[in-house]
Design a protein around this ligand. Structure first.
Ligand code: NDP
Length: 330
C-alpha cells in the first residue's frame, strides 16, 4: 500500500519535490467500516490553495499528511450494511491506494450509467460548477455574448457548451491553437483566442465579441480578466470561478485595472464556491446527465496512468497539459 503526502509547501510553481510517495500498512477493517481501493483520483487547481498555510474556505493540507481530493473507489470489503463488496463510491479521500473508511459522506456511483471517471468531471463538481456559476451567478440569457477563459479545461469546456445550449454567442480563451480547434469543432464555441500568442488581449476580445461581453466566466484572473472587463457591456456579469494565473503568485497581485468600469456600466462581479450550492447538486447533475444523453453536451478527459503520476498530473494543470478534466487512473 502507498500514500502521497505534502512534503513541503510549494513556493511559486509546484514541483515533484513538494510531494513524497510513502509505503504504508493497511489497517484492519473494524466493525461498521469499509475497505476501499482508489480507482480514479481527481487533480484540481484549487488544491494549490490548500498547499498554502493560509486560512480559507477549506483548511490547508498539513505537512507530512496525505493530500486529499475527489476519488472514485471500489469497495473491496464491507463491515457496513449500507455498502457491498464491489460497490463504487465517490468522496473526498486521502491519496492512498487502499484505505479503511467509516462510510460517512460517501456517495455510491453507478458504473452502468456513466464511465466512472465522469463522476469526477462532467457529472461531478466540475459540471456542477459550470452549471451553478452560469445559472445562479451569471444569470445567462439567450442571445447574449458569453466569454469564458480556461475554455478548453474541465469547467470551461462545459461552460461554453451550456452557453451554446442556451443560444448564446460563445467565445473561449485558451493556451494553444490545438485547444482552440477542439473548442470549436468538438464543443461548438463560435470562436477562440490563444492568450499565449496574442499580444493585445483587449483588441482580441473586442474583435471576437463585436457586440461586447454580457457574461464573462473567469477561470484564470489576472490580465485576461482585465481584457474581459475592458469589453464588458452595461449590466454585464462577471463570474469569478477561479484565478489559476494567480495561484502560484509569490506576491499579492494588484487589483483589476478596470474597476471603474464596474461602476460606470453597473456590472455585477461575484465569486462563488460550488460547495455552497449543495441544494442545487441534484438538479444540476440531472440536467447535465440529460444533456449528455441527448448528445447536446460532451466532454474531454486527460487520463494519466498510475498512482505515482498524481504529483506530475497536478503540476501539469499549471502548464496546460490537460484537455478537459485531468484525472489519474490508479
Ligand atoms: P482546468 O481543466 O481548466 O485546468 C487548468 C487549465 O488552466 C490548464 O489546462 C490551462 O489551460 C489553464 N491555465 C494554467 N495556467 C494558466 C495561466 N497562468 N493563465 C491562464 N490559464 C492557465 O481546471 P478546472 O476546470 O478544474 O478548473 C478551472 C478553474 O475553475 C480553476 O481556476 C479552478 O480553481 C476553478 N474552480 C472553481 C470552483 C469553485 O467552486 N469556484 C470549483 C472548481 C474549479 P491553457 O492551456 O488554456 O493555459
Amino acid at each position: 500500500n502507498k500514500q502521497i503526502i505534502l512534503k513541503k509547501r510549494p513556493e511559486g510553481n509546484p514541483e515533484e519535490a513538494n510531494f513524497e510517495i510513502q509505503a504504508i500498512k493497511t489497517p484492519e477493517v473494524e466493525e461498521g467500516a469499509l475497505l476501499l481501493k482508489s480507482v480514479y483520483i481527481s487533480v484540481d487547481p484549487y488544491l494549490r490553495g490548500r498547499m498554502r498555510d493560509e486560512k480559507s474556505y477549506i483548511p490547508p493540507f498539513e505537512i507530512g499528511k496525505p493530500i486529499e481530493s475527489s476519488v472514485i473507489a471500489e469497495v473491496l470489503a464491507s463491515n457496513n450494511s449500507e455498502y457491498n463488496k464491489g460497490d463504487y463510491v465517490h468522496g473526498m479521500l486521502p491519496w492512498k491506494l487502499i484505505q479503511v473508511h467509516s462510510g460517512n459522506e460517501l456517495q455510491k456511483v453507478d458504473k452502468e450509467q456513466a464511465p466512472l471517471s465522469a463522476y469526477l468531471g462532467i457529472l461531478g463538481l466540475t459540471g456542477i460548477t459550470a452549471y451553478v456559476g452560469l445559472n445562479k451567478i451569471g444569470d445567462l440569457k439567450k442571445g447574449e455574448t458569453l466569454l469564458v477563459s480556461g475554455a478548453s479545461g474541465a469547467v470551461g469546456s462545459t461552460v461554453g457548451q451550456i452557453g451554446k445550449i442556451k443560444g448564446c454567442h460563445v467565445v473561449g480563451i485558451a493556451g494553444s491553437d490545438e485547444k482552440l480547434t477542439i473548442m470549436k469543432e468538438k464543443f461548438g464555441f463560435h470562436s477562440g483566442i490563444n492568450y499565449k500568442t496574442t499580444k493585445d488581449m483587449n483588441s482580441a476580445v473586442k474583435n471576437a465579441c463585436p457586440e461586447g461581453v454580457d457574461v464573462y466566466f473567469d477561470n484564470v484572473g489576472g490580465e485576461i480578466l482585465d481584457a474581459a472587463l475592458a469589453n464588458i457591456n452595461r449590466y454585464g456579469r462577471v463570474i469569478n470561478c477561479g484565478a489559476i494565473s494567480l495561484y502560484n503568485a509569490t506576491e499579492t497581485p494588484k487589483g483589476p485595472r478596470h474597476e471603474t468600469t464596474l461602476v460606470k456600466k453597473s456590472v455585477k462581479m461575484q465569486g462563488f464556491i460550488v460547495r455552497d450550492f449543495k441544494d442545487d447538486f441534484e438538479s444540476a447533475t440531472k440536467q447535465l446527465g440529460s444533456w449528455l444523453q441527448s448528445g447536446e453536451l460532451t466532454y474531454s478527459e486527460t487520463i494519466k496512468n498510475g498512482f505515482d503520476t498524481l504529483p506530475s498530473a497536478f503540476i501539469g494543470l499549471f502548464e496546460g497539459e490537460n484537455k478537459g478534466k485531468m484525472v489519474v487512473k490508479v
